[in-house]
Design a protein around this ligand. Structure first.
Ligand code: ADP
Length: 545
């Protein structure tokens, strides 16, 4: 009951409030962490903006840089780069007009002649070669035409026809030499308008799509959705976002804008981690979390230890109080036997004067023996009480144990004999000097002998030995009784401890006192025992050197 109350008090007065505090602590830590996170996110956003701006400025100045996915120019509101349309065709140069006229009026032979001459004259050879190839084709001389186209593609790949189309593309396509052309266009070998790029790539492989075309999607989106407000100020960088794009732009002269679309992948994978690393902060939050976590764990460990200690104390308390009540009933019971016997024989002696001398003397002896037993019991309880209070005192004197012990054994032998025991004595006549308190030692010896009698069972033989060995004087009592289980052999020296089922009256103090006495003498008590085979108890005294 008391135990349950202690647990409840502990739970109510310590565990609950502490759990409450821990909970509050966790809450406040969580709030603090959120605040720190927000702060950090704001700082990161501000820093990212500055860094993006700086990168964009540099990229626009050098017209290259990792932040730029596409560059663009807008002139008079029209996106000129990446160009959407190719622009108007160039007019034919004057020296080509005659050949052109022949061609237009289907006089292909004359036109061919004229273009060949122009080619030989070395003026605009690529344009002349284009005329030659075209007229050959019109005359149905396909094979020759292909040779000319091929030459044009190989010799003048970067020159353009009047419609601004590179010969590297158009002539190669006319010659049917299109291997690798798709890749070259996709790699951006020629600067093309959206119309051209889309047209050529669709011609070459309608099923394929190329990331190269994305810049034209961007250019279209730019033209449709980019609406900067007013005229940008000279030297200032602006930002704008539309559909999936973020752009930086600035003025590049009157009615001209240049800018770039942000390469989000680079920002996400390179710039942001770099800035995050520079800002730091995540580490501090983690460190704080670790400290909080550690503190909470510590509190919980201390609490658990408290509960464990409380439980242990409570269990011990319960155990001791049970032992105490056993002790009280044990002592009362032990006292009852001698008192009853004394009373019984006393009454008989008074009431029956006719009893013979022999019987009377037997009865007197019993009364004396029982009073002695009573005295021993009371003395033992009193000694125990002094030991418990720490006030037991010993009067140590240096001397020979042998005569004192022999005397005691003589007295005891008579009692043993009446109880039907055979006592063997193997006692040395004298021993090396030891320091001892005679009364205490005799009490210890008596306790061992009492136990030997009590726990002998059917056996009726007890041996006592007194000898010296390796700097000690040793007294030993051997019986052939119940013996003691190995697991109990050390516990029997604890106070109130009794082996279950030993049955005989007793209250578990004898061996406790024996050990106390031996410790006070600087010696020890040893036990050797085998369940069912008897026991040997030994008192070992150090010899005075
Ligand atoms: P008590 O004899 O009053 O019970 P002790 O402290 O003298 O108390 O002994 C403790 C326990 O040790 C006994 O209850 C008994 O079980 C065991 N014991 C002591 N001496 C012997 C012995 N010689 N043989 C068997 N058991 C013994």
């Amino acid at each position: 009951m008391k135990f349950h109350r202690a647990i409840l008090v502990y739970l109510g007065s310590i565990v609950l409030p502490v759990c409450g505090l821990v909970w509050l602590g966790v809450q406040s830590f969580e709030r603090q962490r959120q605040a720190l996170d927000t702060l950090r996110a704001e700082k990161l956003a501000a820093e990212m903006q500055t860094r993006e701006q700086a990168s964009a400025e540099m990229a626009l100045t050098q017209w290259r840089g990792p932040i730029a996915r596409y560059f663009f120019r807008i002139e008079g509101g029209v996106v000129v780069q990446p160009a959407l349309a190719a622009g108007l065709p160039d007019p034919m140069p004057p020296e080509f007009q005659e050949a052109q006229r022949h061609e237009d009026s289907n006089q292909s032979e004359l036109a061919l002649e004229a273009y060949r001459k122009l080619f030989q004259s070395g003026k605009r050879p690529a344009l002349a070669l284009r005329g030659v190839a075209r007229t050959l084709a019109k005359l149905g001389r396909a094979e020759e035409a292909r040779t000319e186209w091929e030459m044009l593609a190989v010799k003048y790949p970067d020159e353009r026809d009047p419609a601004h189309r590179p010969y590297g593309i158009v002539a190669a396509m006319a010659a049917g030499k299109t291997d690798g052309l798709y890749e070259k266009i996709s790699a951006g070998k020629w600067e093309l308008s959206a119309d051209q790029a889309e047209y050529f790539l669709a011609q070459l492989d309608p099923k394929r799509t190329s990331a190269y075309l994305n810049q034209f999607h961007f250019a279209r989106a730019l033209e449709e959705q980019f609406r900067p407000q007013g005229e940008p100020h000279e030297g200032q960088l602006y930002r704008y976002a539309f559909s999936d794009y973020r752009v930086f732009y600035r003025s590049a002269g009157p009615d001209r804008i240049e800018g770039l679309a942000v390469n989000e992948e680079w920002v996400r994978e390179t710039l942001r981690p770099q800035v995050e690393l520079e800002i730091g902060g995540a580490g501090a939050v983690q460190q704080e979390a670790a400290i909080y976590g550690g503190a909470i764990a510590l509190v919980l460990v201390v609490l658990s230890a408290g509960i464990a200690l409380l439980l242990r104390d409570a269990t011990r308390e319960a155990h001791t109080s049970r032992l105490r009540s056993d002790f009280v009933s044990g002592v009362s019971h032990e006292l009852k036997t001698p008192i009853t016997l004394i009373r019984l024989y006393g009454d008989t002696l008074i009431e029956r004067p006719e009893l013979g001398a022999k019987e009377r003397s037997d009865f007197y002896r019993i009364i004396v023996r029982e009073s002695e037993r009573l005295t021993r019991l009371v003395n033992q309880v009193l000694t125990f009480s002094r030991v418990e209070r720490g006030v037991e005192q010993y009067n140590m004197e240096v001397g020979d144990l042998a005569p004192a012990v022999a005397h005691m054994i003589d007295d005891y032998a008579e009692y043993l004999q009446t109880a039907g025991f055979t006592l063997r004595r193997e006692l040395a006549e004298s021993l090396p000097q030891v320091r001892f308190d005679a009364t205490a030692v005799l009490q210890a010896v008596a306790n061992l002998l009492d136990n030997a009698v009590k726990y002998s069972g059917e056996s009726r033989e007890i041996t006592v030995r007194l000898s010296s060995r390796e700097g000690s004087a040793v007294f030993e009592v051997e019986d052939h009784g119940f013996g003691i289980p190995t697991a109990e052999q050390q516990k029997i020296f604890e106070r109130f401890y009794r082996v279950n089922g030993s049955g005989k009256g007793g209250y578990g103090l004898g061996l406790f006192l024996v050990r106390h006495i031996m410790t006070a003498h600087g010696g020890r008590v040893e036990v050797e025992s085998e369940p069912g085979g008897g026991s040997r108890f030994r008192l070992v005294f150090p010899v005075v050197s």
